[in-house]
Write a new protein. Structure first.
Length: 131
């Protein structure tokens, strides 16, 4: 069984479903291809965050959470009411992943308002070495 955050510090939907390697995960990736063909909404983009070692996006309609995919698009599989929306991943993804990777998976969280300095300070506060 594959666990998000086990092979990489933080997984995207792409890394998770590719590494999972099941027929269901392959169906999810095929659906992503269909999502890419849908028109993209002109509504404000959504921001990805990290929860338990996964890049995720919150649905603004139903509060469902979906993996953030590297194609930068969001579509809610739960409510499906929202059009396809653009997703913004932090330009500092790699730094964020490196800092969070020093934590237990259950403690790998980040929100867009948090700075790199905040993450480092949290690691130091919790005795995590190598920050």
């Amino acid at each position: 069984m594959y666990i998000a955050g086990a092979n990489r510090a933080v997984d995207t939907g792409d890394t998770y479903f590719n590494e999972l390697g099941t027929s269901l995960s392959q169906q999810v990736l095929k659906i992503r291809e269909l999502i890419k063909q849908k028109p993209t909404s002109n509504k404000s983009p959504l921001f990805a965050r990290v929860g338990h070692g996964r890049w995720i996006v919150d649905c603004p309609n139903c509060n469902n959470v979906e993996f953030a995919f590297e194609d930068g698009l969001f579509f809610c599989s739960q409510c499906g009411k929202e059009e396809t929306r653009q997703v913004i991943l932090s330009p500092k993804c790699k730094q964020i992943e490196e800092i969070l990777g020093k934590r237990l998976i259950k403690n790998r969280h980040w929100k867009p308002a948090e700075t790199i300095e905040n993450l480092i300070a949290e690691n130091i506060e919790h005795g995590i070495e190598g920050v």
